[in-house]
Design a protein around this ligand. Structure first.
Ligand SMILES: O=C(O)COP(=O)(O)O
Ligand SMILES: [Mg+2]
Length: 225
């Protein structure tokens, strides 16, 4: 692929964070006296940042219609969610198999690594630190670091610009439609990983440049093609 800059997504790509996200969601729902949901349901609500997750949980479905949740209700629920998540964010979160050694290998091989997640940025340093990854990434953006987030292309273009890398030397690697669409809109090649969270849809349906089912195959592709 001959790339220089590898832009990674975080949740569903490097880390399986849904157990903690689901617990924080259910703590919030319970505090509001609402029904709680199984992990398998909440998993399909992750991907568009914490505000969207909270709104989906409040209505109990992925589509939130205009007027279904008031701004005040969502603000209050989001505050409860963020507080709960900040207490447990690294409790059950694990790295996917072979991600740790894979990232070290890619970094050691001279690739520049960046992280672009839709997760609020305040949660990112502690999680990176818990895996010992804080020194690996040359640039880290959260969903609220800029005024727009994936699937908008701006965060990817910002990272290329900041690191002085042309789009054709970068690749966006992620598990969800937001990653693939952001890459396609930015004119950046994309690699889809099939094991994460993509609203229950096969990532290959988004037509990424490449798609893999595990991190070892991804790393070997990046190192040898
Ligand atoms: O927190 C989210 O909504 C998803 O985060 P991600 O962009 O790292 O997958
Ligand atoms: Mg993701």
């Amino acid at each position: 692929m001959n790339k220089q800059l590898l832009i990674f997504d975080f949740d569903g790509t490097l880390i399986d964070s849904v157990p903690d996200l689901a617990d924080a969601t259910n703590i919030m729902l319970a505090q509001l006296g609402k029904d709680i949901y199984p992990l398998a349901t909440i998993r399909n609500w992750v991907g568009n940042g914490s505000r969207m997750l909270v709104e989906r949980a409040l209505v109990g479905k992925i589509e939130v219609l205009a007027g279904e949740v008031t701004q005040a209700e969502a603000d209050h629920a989001e505050q409860l969610f963020l507080e709960a998540y900040s207490n447990i964010e690294t409790s059950k979160t694990v790295a996917y198999p072979d991600v740790d050694t894979g990232l070290q290998k890619l970094h050691g091989a001279g690739f520049t690594l960046a992280l672009v997640t839709n997760k609020p940025i305040r949660f990112v340093p502690k999680i990176l630190q818990s895996f010992g990854w804080q020194g690996l990434f040359s640039e880290v953006l959260g969903g609220d670091s800029l005024s727009t987030k994936k699937p908008d292309p701006t965060p990817l273009l910002y990272v290329c610009d900041k690191l002085g890398v042309m789009q054709d030397k970068a690749v966006m690697i992620g598990d969800s439609r937001n990653d693939i669409l952001a890459g396609q809109r930015a004119g950046i090649d994309t690699i889809g990983l099939s094991y994460g969270y993509n609203y229950g849809q096969d990532i290959r349906e988004l037509n990424p440049t490449e798609a893999f089912d595990d991190f070892v195959t991804l790393v070997s592709f990046l190192l040898h093609t």
